[in-house]
Design a protein around this ligand. Structure first.
Ligand SMILES: CC(C)(COP(=O)(O)OP(=O)(O)OC[C@H]1O[C@@H](n2cnc3c(N)ncnc32)[C@H](O)[C@@H]1OP(=O)(O)O)[C@@H](O)C(=O)NCCC(=O)NCCS
Length: 186
């Protein structure tokens, strides 16, 4: 696999319909790999198809052009003037080739053109590798007032545990990127 064989395409509703079987299989693979360090509520068809604000404008899929299979996705929704990641996954065989970083480049460029403020993600507490993946890409870890802003903006009733969110179901890191900070690669 060369990264040039991977196309990053906007995940519109018709694109989701085309690649839904691949993305469901990918979800199953990552659940088998990470369990609750991925999500306590794995996605099926209803979650992939769920209508949430601006989802079809700001979500992305990676397609292997040699096989015409989807090998990753970044699924996003909008809250206020901000965006939030619901899924950011790349097939294990395709990792460490910069695919998820390419999702972010497409995503930030589009979000910046739309004048949006922040891009956030919630990462399970036990998934430090993914938390650090975000931190290595310019995201900040929300704490105290930052978490209070996030909870208020998203209508969250979780507990603000100073540097993470806590619920009876589990704990999450929250990371946030300031979209105006984005500069395209030279
Ligand atoms: C997190 C995840 C989406 C990253 O996807 P990815 O496409 O492998 O990400 P990238 O290739 O952009 O970056 C991964 C690493 O490969 C390195 N890398 C990027 N391009 C590379 C290349 N061409 N050759 C070698 N390494 C490369 C990057 O430096 C990065 O390492 P770092 O984080 O230590 O700096 C993927 O690991 C994943 O699906 N994890 C499981 C699901 C999950 O936990 N998602 C997040 C839930 S909140």
């Amino acid at each position: 696999m060369t990264s040039s064989a991977i196309a990053i395409v906007q995940l519109t509703r018709p694109v989701l319909a085309q690649y839904l079987a691949d993305l469901l299989e990918l979800e199953r693979l990552v659940v088998a790999e990470l369990g609750i360090a991925y999500d306590v509520h794995p996605w099926g068809v209803p979650e992939f198809e769920l209508e949430v604000p601006s989802k079809w404008d700001f979500s992305w899929s990676a397609v292997d052009t040699a096989t015409d299979k989807a090998v990753g996705c970044l699924v996003v929704s909008r809250f206020g003037d901000n965006l939030h990641a619901h899924r950011n996954i790349v097939h294990p065989d395709y990792r460490r080739h910069g695919i998820a970083s390419r999702f972010l480049e497409h995503h930030f460029a589009k979000a910046q053109a739309a004048g949006l403020n922040y891009f956030t993600a919630q990462v399970p507490y036990d998934n430090r590798a993914s938390r650090d993946w975000y931190l290595n890409r310019g995201f900040g870890l929300l704490k105290d007032e930052g978490l209070a802003w996030y909870m208020d903006a998203r209508g969250s009733t979780d507990e603000n545990a100073r540097d993470h969110l806590a619920t009876p179901e589990g704990q999450w890191w929250v990371v946030r990127y300031t979209i105006s900070d984005y500069t395209p690669p030279a």
